[in-house]
Design a binder for this molecule. Structure first.
Ligand code: PRP
Ligand code: URA
Length: 209
């Protein structure tokens, strides 16, 4: 069963409140999503393995630590996932970035894939799938299946806000995928929106309706 981590660092919780607020405009919303994504990346990379290396400081030779093990790949789900990429890249600038384009059909709420482009070596990377919202779980579930079909074996999922319904779908379909959240909300409404949530993440990021 996948682990679910709610990253309840005070800075993340504080910024999420402003992200949720309907009076927060596009410019501020975008900046806050970027900041929270960076803070979440800091927490999600806490268990990255290190190895020792020997360097010369200006004073003496020293044995210190550098990252080892698998390289990281980010996979934003278009379009709202794009809003989280730059914040994470500030902390992990060498990460490669793949893209999965999915939208939810407003009638069926089922995801429709329209684009996929991934680094060639995804099977050797630790992939972090990113999307602000995990609602019914359909989009993240499809994206993860797409990655696995192409050879990915090491995947984490990172979302700003999730509904219990979406978490359950990922846990059932992908017990190997750990889930990192800024908040776990109450439930979905009849239109498949997370409540209390933040509304439509893509529209709020890009000023569309
Ligand atoms: C939103 C969101 C997720 C999806 C979550 O995208 O960014 O990808 O809905 O819902 P689900 O868990 O029920 O699948 P949307 O389909 O609105 O597309 P957009 O990012 O292009 O706006
Ligand atoms: N997608 C969003 O952007 N918001 C929700 O609340 C649910 C799905």
């Amino acid at each position: 069963m996948s682990n679910v981590f709610v990253l309840d660092h005070p800075l993340i919780q504080h910024k999420l409140t402003y992200i949720r607020n309907k009076n927060t405009g596009t410019k501020e919303f975008r900046a806050l999503v970027d900041e929270v994504s960076a803070l979440m990346a800091f927490e999600i990379t806490r268990d990255l393995p290190l190895e020792e290396t020997t360097i010369e400081t200006p004073v003496m030779e020293a044995t210190t630590k550098v990252l080892s093990g698998k390289k990281i790949g980010l996979v934003p789900i278009l379009r709202a996932g794009l809003g989280m990429v730059d914040g994470i890249l500030r902390l992990i600038p060498a990460a490669k970035v793949g893209h999965v384009g999915l939208y939810r059909d407003p009638e069926t709420l089922k995801p429709v894939e329209y684009y996929i482009k991934l680094p060639t070596d995804i099977e050797e990377r630790e992939l972090i799938v990113i999307d602000p919202m995990l609602a019914t779980g359909g989009s993240a579930n499809d994206a993860i299946h797409s990655l696995k079909k192409r050879g990915a074996t090491n995947i984490k999922l990172m979302c700003l806000i999730a509904a219990p319904e979406g978490v359950e779908v990922i846990q059932n379909e992908h017990p190997d995928v750990d889930i990192y959240l800024g908040a776990l909300d109450e439930k979905l409404n009849e239109k498949g929106y997370i409540i209390p949530g933040l509304g439509d993440a893509g529209d709020r990021l890009y000023g569309t309706k």
